[in-house]
Write a protein that binds this ligand. Structure first.
Ligand code: BYC
Ligand code: FE
Ligand code: FE
Length: 475
């Protein structure tokens, strides 16, 4: 089925044939646009931005490029093509046909999962709304907006499911998705990380590397769902997600390249000297990694979770890439996890595998995170420096799960609470670090020019030159 572009809401779900649903979504649309104008990218609503828009889900149509003003972006509803005779891939109903409707007994649990997923999408747009004012280049500015409009589309993807399959409750949840706000004292976003401010571009790159990657793994797990419309919409979201993580990985990579250039010019790794030269020293970068990675680990939920076991048993949420496992029932296996006992001693425990699904997903995520770190370290080594960036231990600075409140160094070494507080600034970005990073954030909008703290990108977008005017600012 192609996209019905004449409709107000581009879609490949034959929205035109369901008047009630179409009207409900058309009613929500102005609320979305109002939210976008109030809490979306500040100061750039009139700019022409070179963006990709999904116009279909096939190889040709999913990335159509052109200049648009963001409020005119065509946010649409696109599900990956259905798999003929798809069956449930895991859990108690393994092998049975997938569901095209929501079974009554799973309604509230499924709605909660969809709402939690949906809540993160507009949250990230809110977190990033001031970054345009300090963009290091037009290329980066465009990438920020690309990520923002696509997170907006991901919100549409979840709102479509809520409207189409959850009746009045779903419509109310859709309104609430625009009523909670990142960092709001009264009505915050649901998950911790999505209430952290993203005030500088180093944090933005960390977020797109680490937090959007949580999105990748959660979407992969939901793409396994027995609820077929959820599975198909998550599959398509994953194609867009790849670019978000690309922005993070290359962003951090470019910061490192620029720092290495100056380290080699000045023949020093002394943070004070590098700061004087206007680049980000690697220990500061490490502290930002420590902050955002530990925050992202919490997003996977508790290591031992009866919720997770229920999701798996009932077919609501699987493991990322479920097909790579042999056993899809997981009734008899266990996962070994480490945890502190009551005396704070670290012990190993066998957890029934179904209860440990959050930890299974978290481990797959950690492995994926490590790949970029290896590439960054290669840059450092090649430049002749004996420094290594590292992902902090799972035990470090956790608020959720067995390590919540445990005091450990980024290497995972247990330390007394007093020592942890005393050494905080060694582990995490200090006030002075943040102030320094903030001082680097000055807006660069001349085509082809890049701020001094970051190297230019290797190539432009869609085969255009790096110096292309990716954002044409309103006069
Ligand atoms: N913060 O049994 P547990 C993305 C709560 S990112 C606050 O472990 P469960 C994106 C939990 O809700 C992907 N609360 O829970 C990225 C539960 O509450 P109740 C987002 C937390 O259900 C960048 C309680 O603690 N998608 O797409 O197994 C830009 C017990 O925990 C947190 C999803 O998350 C936390 N970090 O696991 C844009 C997928 N963690 O029941 C977008 C959908 C746990 O006691 N969500 N809690 O009131 C889920 O699958 C699950 O809700 C979670 C939690 C994996 C998040
Ligand atoms: Fe998203
Ligand atoms: Fe994303």
């Amino acid at each position: 089925m192609g996209i019905t572009y004449q409709d107000r809401i581009p879609n490949n779900v034959d929205l035109g044939s369901n008047r009630t649903l179409q009207r409900a979504l058309e009613h929500w649309q102005p609320h979305f646009l109002g939210w976008w104008k109030d809490l979306g990218p500040e100061g750039f609503q009139e700019a022409d931005v070179y963006l990709r828009t999904a116009t279909s889900v096939d190889a040709k149509g999913w990335a159509t490029y052109g200049a648009v003003k963001m409020p005119d972006y065509r946010w649409g509803i696109f599900l990956a093509d259905a798999t003929q005779d798809r069956t449930i891939g895991f859990g108690d109903d393994f092998g049975k046909p997938v569901w095209q409707q929501v079974p009554g007994e799973h309604r509230s649990t499924l709605r909660r999962l969809i709402v939690t997923q949906g809540d993160t999408e507009p949250a990230s747009v809110e977190q990033q709304r001031h970054l345009g004012k300090t963009c290091p280049s037009l290329y980066d500015l465009r990438n920020l907006f690309q990520v923002n409009v696509e997170e907006g589309r991901h919100l549409w993807a979840m709102v479509y499911l809520l409207h189409a399959y959850f009746g009045r409750d779903g419509r109310e949840e859709a309104e609430d998705l625009l009523a909670r706000h990142s960092g709001d004292a009264e009505r915050p976003r649901i998950l911790g990380t999505f209430n952290e401010p993203i005030d500088d571009w180093l944090s933005f790159f960390m977020f797109t590397y680490f937090t959007d990657r949580d999105g990748k793994y959660q979407l992969k797990a939901l793409a396994e769902s027995a609820f077929d419309p959820l599975s198909r919409t998550c599959q398509f979201m994953l194609t867009e997600e790849a670019h978000h993580m690309f922005v993070g990985e290359t962003g951090i990579g470019r910061v490192i390249r620029r720092t290495l250039e100056v380290m080699n010019d000045l023949k020093t790794e002394d943070p004070a000297a590098l700061r004087k030269a206007g680049v980000i020293d690697l220990p500061t970068l490490q502290r930002y990694i420590n902050f955002w990675f530990s925050s992202a680990l919490d997003l996977f939920g508790a290591d031992v979770s009866s919720n997770a076991a229920t999701y798996f048993a009932t077919g609501l949420k699987g493991r990322p890439d479920e097909a790579r496992y042999e056993d899809h029932l997981c009734t008899d296996s266990v996962l070994e996890i480490e945890r502190p006992d009551d005396a704070g001693k670290i012990v190993t425990e066998s957890v029934p595998l179904r209860q440990a699904m959050n930890e299974v997903t978290r481990r797959a995520y950690i492995e994926d995170c490590a790949k970029g770190v290896i590439r960054w370290n290669r840059l450092i080594k090649k430049a002749g420096w004996d420094v290594e960036l590292k992902l902090p231990s799972e035990r470090f600075r956790r608020a959720i799960g067995v390590w919540a409140g445990f005091n450990a160094t980024p290497e995972g070494q247990p330390i007394p609470a007093e020592e942890w507080s005393r050494r905080q600034d060694e582990f995490l970005p200090s006030g002075a670090d943040r102030a320094y990073i903030k001082s680097l954030m000055v807006q660069v909008t001349e085509p082809g020019k890049v701020a001094g703290w970051i190297a230019p990108p290797d190539r432009g977008i869609n085969n255009l030159p790096v110096a292309y005017e990716y954002v044409h600012l309103a006069a």
